[in-house]
Structures are given as structure tokens and as C-alpha cells.
Design a protein around this ligand. Sequence first.
Ligand SMILES: *Cc1c(COP(=O)(O)O)cnc(C)c1O
Length: 410
Amino acid sequence: MTLKPASTAQHADRLRGTPAGAIHEPIHSSVQYGFERVEDLIGVFQGTLKTPAYNYARQGTPTTAALESRITGMEAGLGTVCFATGMAAITATMLTLLRAGDHLLASRYVFGNTHSFFGTLADLGVAVSLVDSGSIDAVRAALRPNTRMVFVETIANPGTQVPDLAALGQLCRERGLVYVVDNTITSPALFRPRDVGAALVINSLTKTIAGHGAALGGAVTATDCFDWSTYPNIFASYRRLDPRQQALQQIRKKGLRDMGASLSSEQAHQISLGSETLALRVAQTSATALRLADWLLAHPAIGGVRYPMLPSHPQHAIARALFSAGSWLLSFELRDPGRLVAVLNRLQLPIKATGLGDNRSLIIPVAPTIFHEAGAEVRAAMAISDGLIRLSVGLEDAADLIDDFGQALG
Ligand SMILES: *Cc1c(COP(=O)(O)O)cnc(C)c1O
């Protein structure tokens, strides 16, 4: 039986099998895992054991493995590798699958630290082009003979741009390109990138999937959309595997094992607990965000609102067609940017903090904080105005949030 994400989230551990009928996979704190027979110790190193086995917690524990199968189920994937953070999942994916001389085609509208990491990749000899991923023609025009990978976010943070996700999937299929989709803002509860042909799906588990803001984590999920047997950058030792598993095994060994940004069992457990309410939380925060976006749009002090489910959003049609709701991310500008500090200081409910997808509403002026280091030129290219305000809508009552914005905007 293939389950929807909401059902997977409740039953993933139990259906996979837990000790003593436990409802949750327990928190396994062992670093070492021992064997009665040396043949089995040898087998775990050679990957020849029939049952799942563990040897050293940097490469995973039963608790992180349970979270991995939960994410795999929710994303309708083939397998998942979890990391200590979302950035670790992104950097391990790119560092293990790209080589000097390759070309990465990425959306111009991406998370600030992902954008910053592209600079490191470029220094290592991987050419990076940033394109307007909403235009399939712009993407096509930027392709090079050495292009290997296309990277986009479903809803870009902070500007809420939505790429032409299905057309990009088609293009990647035609050209044999690895299509990597960062699903952090939508989460599998609103959208499964596998449905548009993504080869690899990234989630920052810290955000939507955990929700509580009490744990960091990241995941990369491989789907059945890509045949890795002709992809050049696979080490010989992983060529022996089923072609669809080769990249994930390389990410697990060369990324997780060798680079070492491992998720702890404690954090994996916290994330699993949070994920149980994912579908409910995104339905609720999406409804509140849409109500608030409508309300802000009609307010005389507001200069503009960006939210994919508003008919005025440039990619509204794509968002409506692909996402079951608009998620919790919205951004807006004041008509008078000079009032920004005063308005934000008057707000009582949204916490003035960075971070996203938390159960509490979080609000931040974008240019002077998360995009300060990037500089004015990058901000202009990414359509980040000096007055842009990012709001991550939480689980507070929508009427209370509207009242609070009402008094703060005066
Ligand atoms: C936060 C975020 C990341 C990075 O996740 P961390 O868990 O904070 O490392 C990656 N992509 C997007 C879209 C994000 O919002």
C-alpha cells in the first residue's frame, strides 16, 4: 500500500518494525555496534548483510535510519540520507556529484547560504550559472555541453518565486541532467518533486518537517527518475549497485561518512516527532498565510505582497497547478520603508528572529540581516529590495495575527 505523507508520518516507524512494539523508533545513543560473528562485522563493511546493520554512528544509527525511511515514504522516493543540517545535505550532494570542469545551472532565487556556497563551488572549479528559473527559455539558453545539474527551490526564500518546475523536469529528462529540487518551503505535504521528475529532493528538516524549532537536520532523497548508470561522476565502487541507488550510496559514503556532518539520534527523534503533525501544520499555516496576504494587500500602508496563492503573484498559475496550498512563507514591503523599524518593533506576536517554518510566527527585515553579507549587487539581482520583510507564518490564531498587524501598521 502506498500511503500519503500524512499516513506515512504516523505509521512509518511501526510498519518498518520497532523493538518491543514501541510506537516510535527508540533513541539509539550507541556510537559502536558490535557483532557476535566476525563474518558479520566483515559483512557490514562490505555491504553484504541481508538485514540492515550499523557499525559506527557517523554513518547512521537505527534512529536516523527510521527517520530516513519516513522521509523516503513521504517523498515517494527510493532512499534518503539524513544530515546534521539542510546545508550539509545540499553541500554533500553537490560536492560528491560534481567535479571540477562541470557546470551547475541554478536558480537565481535561492536560500542565502546556498547562494554563498555556490561561490565555494566556483572556487573549486565547478562553473555556476544563476538563471531566472521561472523562464524555461532562459534556462535552455544557459545550458552548456558540460552542464550536469539543475538546482531550484520550490518556493524561493525570501522572494517566493516559483520555478517552472514541470518544464524544468522535462528539460532535464531530455538532456540527462540531474534535477535537484529543494522542497524545504513546500515539504512533501504540499508537493512531491518526484512528480515533476526530480532526481534528488532536498529538505531542511529544521523547517517545515520538524516545525518545533528544537532540532536541526537535513535530508536528500533519491527518486526513481534518474538512471545513474551513464552519469560520469560515480566512483567505481558504487557502479556495482543498482543504477538507481548509485548516487545515494555515493552521497552516504563520500558525503556523510567522509565529510561527517551526521545527524544525532536525539535530533532525529525530535524531527520524527515533529513530522507527525506536518500535514496539519502546513494546512493551517497555509490558510492563515493566505488570509494575512489578502489582508496586507488591502492595507493602505503596504506597498506589495508576495505570496504564490495570490492571483497577483507572477507564477500563481504554476503554484496553483502543482502545490496543494501556498505554505507559510510570505514577504511584503511597506509603502514607506522609513517606518520599517517602528512597525516591526510594535508587533507583539511574530518573533523578530531569523528561521523559517516554525510553529511560532517569525519576522525579519531581509536586506540588513540574512542578505547583508551578500551585498547590494547580489540583492538587486535577487530582487531583494531594502524594505523587503519576510514573514514565516506560525500556528497562532489568524485573527490575533491580523489584529497585531493592524495595530502595528497603525
Ligand atoms: C533553511 C534552508 C536551508 C538550510 O537548512 P538548515 O537546516 O538551516 O541548514 C536550505 N534551503 C532552504 C530553502 C532553507 O530555507
